[in-house]
Design a protein around this ligand. Structure first.
Ligand SMILES: *[C@@H]1O[C@H](CO)[C@@H](O)[C@H](O)[C@H]1NC(C)=O
Ligand SMILES: *[C@@H]1O[C@H](CO)[C@@H](O)[C@H](O)[C@H]1NC(C)=O
Ligand SMILES: *[C@@H]1O[C@H](CO)[C@@H](O)[C@H](O)[C@H]1NC(C)=O
Ligand SMILES: *[C@@H]1O[C@H](CO)[C@@H](O)[C@H](O)[C@H]1NC(C)=O
Ligand SMILES: *[C@@H]1O[C@H](CO)[C@@H](O)[C@H](O)[C@H]1NC(C)=O
Length: 497
């Protein structure tokens, strides 16, 4: 059900970043599915002199009267900025970046006949304006096509070798390659980036959703660019790896070893606007913990869910590797029925796999139970494992419990529990297929791994304390039968037990 409360894929889409005269420009469209037939779409532009300082961004410049997707900014030789975007076909308008006023928009290209011409970018090279777009839809027909013109406003002539980049109709593990952009590095090498899905042509299991890939490009004087096909193993003139760059927070492929003594890490994500009052790192009397005040709603929520008021007590990081090990310690002292805290593999409110500790009746008493439960209403026609509920062993009560999520292989999540102090007593409590959290109501963004706390509709809110949060990357699948195991020293420096 998609109401304004429960739309699962609203927000900023397809950002483009550009640099000119000391300023970085980030253009994106903000997308909100209301109750009407058409979503509300607004193009917004942010600027910053320092992309490494997250507080340095400007307020948005809202592009007036120009609803469209995938905005691109291009400056012509005379300094005039143009915005290109997608509606029905690729549109272009002159833009005043000081106040977001756009001139009349014209339809400059429709692509080569695939559906959904979108994701335009314009570059000028050797006297030609090049227009790179995507078409075919974001599924397995996704493709990149290109056209050029001696004038910015066209007419654009399509390249005879189109599509210039696609993995459609191939058996590559990387599929849905599209929505590309091109850029030159500091020493003049051309590169491309695109979205891709690690799924193989079956396109059934891809819990990490669409990911960003980088590929080398050759672009000779006066010629069309040559884009290298996207595969799991490629080579190109990459600069040496360095971690010595400005900015704060972890790198995308770093593990987590978090004790919450210095706040909530920058890579942690909430679902919907954060209700910060629900979380507190290391509150007085509880060092090295994350305190969560349970939300009324659980991860699925309900029709009366008001995101800004209720909040969702869920905090997570992205799954960034095919194989990983995640564990976290949980302390809760439930007193009323339905109080629950646990871990989740979460795609959307309608697709998530949870292992919780929930206070449920047993005879005439309430006792904590492990509940392994799958929500899959966002994905039709899928078989899911049954809910299992077992009492927490008596000897484990009143002390922290460690909950674990790991991957058995590229398609199976395993959920387990142990006393925090005795990992050797670990018990497996559930297994689920990654297909449950691939596509459906969340086709784009990929899975979050994290913790939640809820009263399941009840009023009484005993705080829950999470501690010793560990996510370690084990391996990346880069091709069929090709699993790249990650450096154990680099990635698994973790305290065991
Ligand atoms: C794009 O398609 C529309 C609808 O068929 C057509 O009216 C328009 O002329 C086309 N635009 C270009 C640039 O070919
Ligand atoms: C992909 O394109 C083929 C034809 O080339 C078409 O039959 C198929 O329906 C398309 N699939 C999607 C998901 O658009
Ligand atoms: C549901 O799955 C079954 C078995 O795989 C298949 O035969 C059927 O066509 C599917 N239905 C829909 C609506 O996808
Ligand atoms: C992954 O593990 C599950 C459970 O053992 C097994 O059923 C499945 O076939 C495995 N899948 C692959 C691709 O190895
Ligand atoms: C989630 O909460 C709703 C009420 O908000 C409730 O109806 C539903 O049963 C809850 N789900 C579980 C698994 O407790």
């Amino acid at each position: 059900m998609a109401t304004s409360n429960t739309g699962q894929q609203d927000g900023p889409y397809a950002p483009t970043i550009r640099f000119r005269n000391g300023l970085f420009y980030l253009a994106t469209s903000h997308f909100r599915r209301g109750t009407g037939e058409w979503p509300e779409v607004k193009i917004v532009i942010f600027t910053t002199p320092d992309p490494f300082d997250s507080t340095a961004w400007s307020d948005p410049i809202i592009v007036k009267d120009l609803p469209g997707l995938d905005p691109d900014i291009f400056w012509d030789d005379d300094g005039q900025p143009y915005i290109s975007f997608a509606t029905f076909g690729i549109m272009q308008a002159a833009l005043d970046l000081t106040d977001g006023t756009a001139g009349p928009s014209t339809n400059i290209w429709n692509g080569t006949g695939g559906r959904n011409a979108e994701g335009p970018h314009i570059y000028k090279k050797d006297g030609f304006y090049y227009l790179l777009i995507s078409e075919g839809g974001t599924e397995t027909n996704h493709s990149v096509t290109i056209a050029r013109s001696p004038k910015v406003s066209g007419p654009y002539e399509s390249y005879s070798g189109n599509p210039i980049l696609t993995n459609k109709f191939t058996d590559e593990y990387f599929q849905t390659v599209g929505h590309a952009d091109l850029f030159q590095d500091g020493v003049g090498n051309w590169w491309g980036m695109a979205l891709a899905t690690r799924s193989g042509p079956a396109w059934e299991i891809y819990p990490m959703g669409r990911e960003t890939v980088l590929f080398p490009v050759k672009w000779e004087q006066g010629e069309w660019p040559e884009l290298q096909q996207v595969r799991g193993r490629m080579s190109g003139p990459l600069p040496p790896t360095t971690r010595d760059i400005p900015g704060s927070g972890p790198f995308v492929d770093d593990p987590d070893e978090v004790d919450f003594s210095s706040g909530i890490p920058d890579n942690f994500i909430t679902w919907r606007a954060p209700k910060t009052s629900l979380f507190h790192a290391s509150p007085r009397g509880h060092p090295q913990t994350l305190r969560a005040i349970p939300s009324r709603v659980n991860l699925t929520a309900d029709d009366s869910f008001s995101p800004a008021e209720d909040g969702l007590a869920f905090i997570a990081r992205k799954q960034t590797s095919t194989l990983f090990d995640y564990s976290v310690d949980i302390s809760l002292m439930p007193t009323v029925k339905g109080e629950e805290a646990g871990v989740s593999v979460f795609l959307t409110q309608q697709q998530h796999i949870d292992l919780g500790i929930v206070n449920l009746p047993s005879g005439r008493k309430l006792i904590p139970h492990f509940r392994f439960r799958v929500e899959a209403s966002g994905k039709s026609n899928i078989t899911v494992p049954a809910t299992t509920v077992v009492p927490v062993p008596r000897a484990w009560l009143y002390r922290p419990t460690r909950l674990y999520i790991s991957t058995l292989n590229d398609s199976t999540y395993v959920f387990s529990a142990s006393p925090a102090r005795s990992p050797r007593e670990k018990k497996v409590l559930g297994r689920a297929n990654g297909e449950i959290v691939s596509g459906g109501s969340g086709p784009f963004t990929g899975v979050l791994i994290g913790v939640y706390a809820t009263t399941n509709g009840g009023e009484w809110r005993n705080p829950v304390y999470f501690s010793r949060w560990v996510y370690s990357l084990v391996a990346q699948k880069v091709g069929e039968g090709d699993m790249a195991y990650l450096d154990a020293d680099k990635y698994n420096r973790l305290p065991t037990g």
